[in-house]
Design a protein around this ligand. Structure first.
Ligand code: G3P
Ligand code: CA
Length: 376
């Protein structure tokens, strides 16, 4: 019987070994598609647990406390979403509009910074990271995004700062040493076309940070993800780090498609042909759970699709999002009651997705994901 520690060590060892094998350059690697995705086996193994925005089921998201707890609860990776400050520093926030996750609206000194902007075609009013220097942003404190669902997390409101990407990397390094297993990072570029349009591109500082920290190689325990396609294609030419194409809602389009008049939707990209195209520049896909297990009009699970099989055939690993313990995020048959904040049978959902062959899960509750994985 393997202990969870030896099991984890085996998994990490297998991943690292296979990544090292994958790092051996072939002449094809120098080609335009550089072999991306044609064989996802080196990136496959036991499903990875990715602490989504940190252990955001238990701490305000995208704080060092949330990432640290995620790693300590057994996650293989921590996931920072990245946006830019006014002075071009990458910081971890799900959105550049920060009134929902910080106390900025309560700060009289920043009242005049309130703006209305159009971000990816959507009009938003609030406070935006790109209007704050890092020094100013650091005076803010994080708060729970969904206090009605996660009331317990609100006791941590006001305790934590907005972290920089470098701090997340440093934290992962420190925890890797302390926990004696490598904690990976899984950064996402948020609104890359928008940030480039205002002169604060995300990709250049991201690449610099990865290179500075020697995380720009195939063997690095890093995945870089984006809902847009063009920036992943550009990153494919600059770094060897595995890349993951995220999928938004089926009827919507990547914003770079919208910007250049490409009418294809994410549903089009989810077809076998679309997945084969993605495999030319990416190594994996990050669909929302319903691409794999749709829900009917009552909210109950419907029959699984062929998405996982199709992606694997295209040579892509599959890391769906987002797994959460609360009833409101679960399919109807796994809910424990009508209380949206109460926990339902999250184990049942993990078990189904692991059984369908996913290669990783983005989870707000990494301990649940790890325990479900161990029980397979
Ligand atoms: O990046 C995977 C998942 O996090 C995508 O959704 O909106 O939580 O960033 P979101
Ligand atoms: Ca994300």
């Amino acid at each position: 019987m393997l202990t969870s520690r030896s099991r984890t060590a085996l998994v990490i060892g297998a991943v690292l070994t296979s990544l090292l094998v994958a790092a051996a350059p072939s002449s094809a690697d120098k080609d335009r598609d550089r072999g991306r995705g044609r064989d996802a086996k080196p990136l496959r193994g036991e499903p990875l647990v990715i602490a989504h925005r940190g252990a955001s089921g238990y701490r305000p998201e995208h704080t060092l406390a949330a990432y640290e707890l995620g790693a300590r609860l057994g996650a293989d990776f921590v996931e920072p979403d990245l946006v830019s400050t006014k002075d071009g520093v990458l910081v971890a926030r799900h959105e550049n509009e920060i009134s929902g996750t910080t106390d900025v609206a309560d700060r009289p000194e920043f009242a005049s910074r309130r703006r209305t902007k159009v971000i990816d075609g959507q009009s938003l009013t609030g406070w935006f990271t790109e209007d704050f220097t890092l020094r100013e942003l650091r005076t803010l404190r994080a708060k729970e995004r969904i206090p009605d669902i996660r009331q317990r997390n609100t006791i941590y409101n006001g305790r934590y700062q907005v972290p920089t990407f470098q701090e997340v990397i440093d934290l992962a390094r420190r925890l890797s040493r302390e926990l004696d297993r490598e904690i990976g990072i899984y950064p996402e570029t948020k609104h890359p076309t928008y940030f480039r349009s205002i002169g604060l591109p995300l990709e250049e500082p991201l690449v610099r940070a990865l290179r500075r920290n020697r995380l720009d190689r195939k063997r690095s325990k890093v995945f870089v993800q984006s809902f847009e396609t063009s920036n992943l294609k550009a990153l494919d030419r600059k770094i060897d780090t595995p890349l993951v194409q995220l999928f938004g809602s089926k009827r919507s389009r990547p914003f770079d498609f919208v910007a250049k008049g490409d009418t294809r939707t994410y549903a089009d990209l989810a077809t076998p042909a679309g997945l084969r195209e993605i495999a030319r520049y990416a190594d994996g896909v990050g669909p929302s759970k319903d691409y794999i297990v749709p829900r009917d009009s009552s909210g109950a699970s419907a029959a699984p699709t062929t998405f996982v099989r199709d992606a694997h055939r295209a040579g892509l690993v599959v890391h769906p999002y987002t797994f959460r313990n609360e009833n409101t995020f679960l399919p109807r048959e796994l809910r424990s009651s009508g209380d949206p904040a109460a926990y339902g049978n999250a184990f049942g959902e993990y078990s189904q997705f692991y059984g369908l062959g996913v290669d990783g899960v983005f989870s707000d509750n990494p301990d649940t994901a790890v325990e479900a994985r161990a029980a397979r």
